[in-house]
Design a protein around this ligand. Structure first.
Ligand code: CTP
Length: 416
């Protein structure tokens, strides 16, 4: 079934992997994935849904994984209960294969009605999902929304490929190639401990600067990029604190969130949490100015001045650079409309940052609020990496790869 030499996917050797198999015609391809991971030296444990067992028997996965296959939530009594909690705890990654529209919907809504969905809900380990379904079901608004929700919560997606589908149609929805899937697991497992024991602080979202209780100055930032950076940092093992301005988006699970409204509140929260921070990421769109006067009661338009007097807000990231703990690595974001790289490089130098991520913004478009992004990372006097347009979680992963390459591994601040 697999003619790779045993040295392939060597970062999987000695890892424990949980694999959930859903019901669908591609269930047979999951067998190859399990076999490849076992040959790479991983201890693979398989959970099958009832529907999956209609396509492939548990015996196939038992033989390929050399472990018992788990199919039932209630059948095996306390032994299983203890074993499944133990497995969820000790697994390095959880791979959901052949994920159907139905399972995606359950996972997105926290439904735990079988062993697979229960275990995904119970895990804090990285979860990778490889969907497979009919093109129309994949493209359905509900499925796309569920994928986006799970993506934003920090789950990794292995994009389905295009081709001939079992339903007779040609389109996107085929389970990704076994080798692509195993490589994705290997990459997640390799990255999973990169930031172990390190504190990462991330600012995200806009700030609001009130004139009176009913009016404020702000910008269209939603926090999506900052949250993607936070989810990825958490997936790599960091202890993550997000200082977040007002947003409707839900922050990723398992990160510490501090909600603020104004730039000055963001500054105070950042300074309070700065000791022990190893990496600071300023992804917030901090309002540069605030109204000089705040009226505690609503100002009637008849009484309002037609000119607004403003005061400068503190520059949060510049202050972090001045007061940073020894060895702290500082990453800025630049929101630009024109001459993006030139302006961003000026900010990099002026604010004494280690690197800066340049985003393009535009009225009604650009990076603000979008689900994807295209950025250029700049560092030093001429360091530059242009990242291809991708979903914000994928862009966040590429930015973290760049941070890991730039950041000296020495100089971890002593955590307090
Ligand atoms: N930033 C900050 N505090 C501010 C303004 C910006 O911490 N008061 C941070 C942002 O989080 C980002 C970086 O500085 O990491 C650059 O932000 P940007 O808005 O692009 O630039 P500004 O410094 O505000 O400059 P300008 O508005 O003139 O482009």
């Amino acid at each position: 079934m697999n003619d790779r030499p045993p040295a392939a996917h060597k970062d999987l050797a000695g890892r424990t992997l949980l694999v959930g198999v859903c019901g669908g015609i591609a269930a047979y391809k999951c067998a190859e994935v399990v076999s490849t991971m076992r040959q790479a030296g991983a201890d693979v444990h398989v959970i099958m849904t009832e529907a999956a067992q209609r396509f492939v028997t548990p015996l196939t996965f038992q033989a390929l994984s050399n472990n018992d296959v788990h199919t039932d939530m209630f059948g095996t009594g306390t032994a299983w209960e203890i074993a499944h909690i133990g497995l969820v705890r000790k697994t390095d990654a959880f791979l959901v294969l052949n994920a159907t529209a139905n399972t995606l919907a359950k996972l997105a809504h926290g439904i735990a009605d079988n062993l697979l969905t229960t275990c995904v809900l119970a895990t804090r380990k990285p979860v990778l999902i490889a969907p497979a379904m009919n093109t129309q079901m994949l493209e359905a608004a509900a499925t796309q929304e569920n994928i986006r929700t799970l993506h934003e919560r920090g789950m990794f997606f292995i994009e389905p490929g295009a081709g001939f589908l079992a339903c007779g149609e040609v389109g996107q929805g085929r389970l990704a190639d076994p080798d692509t899937i195993v490589s994705a697991v290997e990459q997640v497992v390799r990255r999973a401990h990169e930031l172990d024991g390190l504190r990462v602080m991330i600012t995200a979202g806009p700030t609001r600067e009130f004139l009176d209780p009913s009016r404020f100055l702000s910008n269209p930032s939603t926090g999506r990029m900052g949250f993607a950076m936070a989810a990825e940092a958490h997936a790599r093992g960091a202890e993550v604190t997000v200082i977040c301005g007002p947003t409707e988006l839900r922050p990723p699970a398992s990160v510490h969130v501090v909600r603020v409204t104004t730039a000055r509140e963001m500054q105070a929260a950042v300074m309070e949490h700065l000791p022990g921070t190893a990496i600071f990421v300023g992804a917030a769109a901090v309002a540069d100015f605030r109204p000089a006067q705040f009226a505690p009661s609503k100002v009637r338009k008849a009484d309002a001045a037609s000119t607004l007097v403003l005061e400068r807000n503190p520059d949060v990231i510049a202050q972090v650079a001045e007061r940073k703990p020894p060895g702290c690595f500082i990453v800025g974001f630049a929101a630009e409309t024109d001459d993006a790289e030139q302006h961003a490089r000026e900010k990099l130098l002026a604010k004494k940052l280690d690197c800066i991520v340049t985003n393009r913004i535009a009225i009604g478009g650009g990076a603000f609020g979008a689900s994807d992004n295209e950025v250029v990372v700049l560092w030093g006097t001429d360091g530059r990496e242009a990242l291809p347009r991708a979903s914000k979680p994928a862009v966040a992963a590429a930015i973290w790869d760049r941070i890991m390459a730039l950041r000296p591994s020495r100089g971890r601040p002593v955590t307090t």
